[in-house]
Design a protein around this ligand. Sequence first.
Ligand code: HSE
Length: 332
Amino acid sequence: MKTVRLSLIGFGAVGQGVAQAILQKKEILKGQGIDLCVVGISDSKGSEINARGIDLKSALLRKKQKGTVAKSNDSAFDIIRNVEHEIVVEATPTNIKNGEPGLSNMSAAFNSGRHVVTSNKGPLALCFSQLKEAAEDNGVFFRYEATVGGAVPIFNLIHESLAGNRVIGIEGILNGTTNYILTRMEQERLPYELVLKEAQELGIAETDPTYDVEGIDSACKLVILANSVFGQAATYRDVEVTGITKITPEALELASKNNYVVKLICEAGNGTLTVAPRLVPKKHPLAVGGTLNVASILTDLAGRITISGKGAGSIETASSILSDILYIARNS
Ligand code: HSE
């Protein structure tokens, strides 16, 4: 049995989803020879540390009842640096201004010789190449499937299943909130403010929803994709971005009458990065509705491959994080 010790840095929707996924899969994974053991959890108010393994059920319950997992004042840094473990799961909220606290947490993890698995877009959209180099310099893995497309395994598909292919271009919908808003506005003729509120209630919108509707969240994801796939050293500021705030119900109705839908499309290829609303034929593979994300990858050998699925959500994002954890468990 291989025991893999983890810390969960950030215990919001994603961190709790990871704890739930580990609880749910623990026995099955033990049957496959892997014992996942969470030895540290931290949130904004404090931490729980247990070298023998934290009882995840009671940690989740405490978080629900008290709003925090804290049993001590230990900081995220105390856990990352001083608690013996192999993988840091960095799931603090995205901060696109300076990437913090995720950026410092990831750097501390690399410098302590620990692998990093993350869902946090901010540090990668600002400092992708520095983080990748830091991981390489320290001989550890840096995995970030959950940063783009939620449950949709875009990086695994490109780097593993399509290995050997040259990726010519990528286009897709990488933000569930705007897709939900545009779909509801078009299909139900509901006003923008109301459907934005619905998206917030679904728990998929960013804490500051202007990140979604102004296209910033999409731009961050596009830049992470481009850097990872094309080896670019771009930041989200290199993306030409137009959001959806100026799309009127009348424009959506007119498009619909002509058998088109309006989608916030991300495009990478030929060195250019753009996020903008586009007219998409209703039967086109990119015309997915609701909160779905979709990525269409054009390659030299395989041609075009399109995948779609849930781009946000606690347990869906945890699916990608778990997959990265298991990749490291099997390959380290
Ligand atoms: N706000 C994001 C979205 C969450 O709507 O897609 C997932 O990154």
